[in-house]
Write a protein that binds this ligand. Sequence first.
Ligand SMILES: [Zn+2]
Length: 244
Amino acid sequence: MWWSYEEAAEAKERVQREIEKRVKRGERFEALMPVAGKKHLCTTFWGKAWCNHLESYQEFESRLPRGRSYLRQGSVYNLNIEPGKITAMVAGAELYHTQIFIHSLKVSKWQDIVEKCEGQVDSMLDVLAGKLGNGVMSVFCDLENGLFPKTKEIRFDCSCPDHADMCKHVSAVLHGVGVLLDASPELIFTLRDVNGADLLSKAKDAAVSELSAMGGELAEADLSAIFGIEIGEMDQPVKKSSEQ
Ligand SMILES: [Zn+2]
């Protein structure tokens, strides 16, 4: 039910003028832009994993692809992720407010994930870079019991007239989450309302003994980053090789 090309172009210009006016008034409008010229919207482990997961949503299969071109055109603004909630503005025939509500990950499910990863996660940086072994990464991405939401855990709302079904704007924002995860993968933990650092807590003791065995090759700064503590708090101070 789209209008003629001229009418669509006119609407687009009108919305752009509206955005410019609001920017002049001091409002923030940050367009989310996928990397141009790439076949796929997302380029990193987490971005791709999110988009792959979207493709598993049979219920939304016919509607989900509609938002991709919106996203590629830079029509998604101010995408924000907080625990259980994604918000954005999308430039369509008008400027629409889009909200997506995602259930927090059940505590028991998160505990299962943490247990399955026990002893295998030494650094949050590896988690965020998607650099752990396939075993751990597939725990995160498991369709049933992983970190990504199932369709029944998703509710959405858009100020456009098509809001009863999944509109182009909701679809664009859902894909936009993948693009945002490329830049800020830690937001997957924020969105599902879990503490990613829980993955490290049980690995800590094992990692410390492994480190002792290595003769303290890691610099103290690295250790602080890994465990989020001052080195002085540890029982066994790490000696530099030269002191041994
Ligand atoms: Zn909409």
